[in-house]
Design a protein around this ligand. Structure first.
Ligand SMILES: Cc1ncc(COP(=O)(O)O)c(C=O)c1O
Length: 342
């Protein structure tokens, strides 16, 4: 099915499917497995590596010399695109938006290490503003005789969607015919679209749940359908495989990237029970959704839950925690240590 579609290797696949038994017990589930796409391996890993394998293959096949993409200041997609571009010998240009570009940390720090040229909109994260600047930059480069490849927000295009259709083929090989319930965070929708279409093709009895971190349900359903249609056309599979009966929740975030208490609590529980790290923008919010649905009895306990850990690791290093805000830390002065020595 995928053999005729160009793809470049950017990730270490298959990613592990790991049991999280203590977390399952904590949530009253019989079985919980984590699909470790945080370990895809490209520049701290994450879901975007799978999408970029198909997307940047188009840039290479088309003879493009650079890639321009867009995202928020702490965009994982921008960071992974920059890394992939370096690996493939393409120049990288990033249009980023958001508040406060004074400090370079987390994903933004990595962008600079990859030598990305960055233009930013200080104060706006609006998709339209980012796209306007992206297209203007493309025209500017084209006028200089260059050939930039325009990659939309989150890499969520029909080609990008194929990354998660293929991921479901991989998952089917790990789960067999077992009935499963797959959870994923949702933002620009390419991951959900790939999971939905891929599950319909390779894991037909799977239930799928998306937890939004940035958009309302109606918009997600619309974008996800378009992406599934585009990906199905590329694969040459019937539209009958488009899967729209997934569950969708848009009540576990307030505003994109804004921290919420339930996500912090879920991330702390996962870290303390399983040694797993979840970021506050995407994966911890999706995990908070899973926590809530498990605890309120909305999930069938006997169906194994598979949570796709979509990455986001560098975001964890973009914030600051003050020592006085963390109760489990004891400060000793050198004098106190000297006294103990006696
Ligand atoms: C860590 C992480 N998880 C989940 C997502 C959501 O994936 P999608 O944009 O395909 O909906 C993103 C997208 O930026 C991400 O960076």
């Amino acid at each position: 099915m995928f053999s005729k579609i160009p793809r470049v290797k950017l990730s270490n696949l298959p990613t592990p499917l790991e049991p999280a038994d203590k977390l399952a017990f904590h949530l009253g589930l019989e079985k919980l497995l984590i699909k470790r796409d945080d370990l895809t391996g490209l520049a701290f890993g994450g879901n975007k590596a799978r999408k970029l394998e198909f997307e940047l293959a188009q840039a290479i096949a088309g003879g493009y010399d650079s890639v321009i993409t867009v995202g928020a200041q702490q965009s994982n997609h921008a960071r992974m695109t920059a890394a992939a571009a370096c690996k493939l010998g393409l120049d990288v240009k990033l249009v980023l938006g958001g508040k406060d570009f004074a400090e370079i940390k987390g994903n933004l720090l990595l962008d600079t290490m990859f030598g990305a040229e960055i233009r930013y909109i200080n104060g706006s994260n609006e998709d339209e503003d980012l796209a306007t600047l992206q297209h203007a930059w493309r025209d500017e480069l084209a006028a200089q005789g260059k050939k930039p490849y325009v990659l939309p927000l989150g890499g969520s295009t029909p080609y990008g969607t194929l990354g998660y259709v293929k991921a479901m083929e991989e998952l089917a090989g790990q789960t067999g015919n077992e009935r499963v319930h797959i959870f994923t965070p949702v933002s620009s929708c390419g991951t959900l679209a790939g999971v939905a279409l891929g599950a319909s093709l390779f894991i037909p009895n799977a239930e799928v749940t998306g937890i939004s971190v940035s958009r309302k349900n109606d918009e997600i359903r619309e974008i996800t359908k378009e992406l599934q249609l585009g990906a199905a056309a590329l694969l040459g599979v019937s539209e009958a495989f488009i899967f729209e009966k997934y569950n969708l929740y848009d009540n576990y975030f307030e505003e994109y990237a804004k921290p919420v208490k339930i996500a912090r609590e879920a991330a702390d529980d996962c870290a303390r029970l399983e040694g797993l790290i979840f970021d506050q923008v995407y994966t911890a919010k999706a995990m908070a959704g899973l926590f809530d649905l498990a605890r309120t009895g909305a999930l069938r306990k006997d169906v194994p839950v598979i949570f796709i850990h979509t990455g986001g690791m560098p975001e964890v290093f973009s914030g600051t925690l003050l020592c006085e805000d963390y109760p489990n830390i004891t400060k000793l002065t050198p004098d106190e240590v000297r006294r103990l020595r006696k």
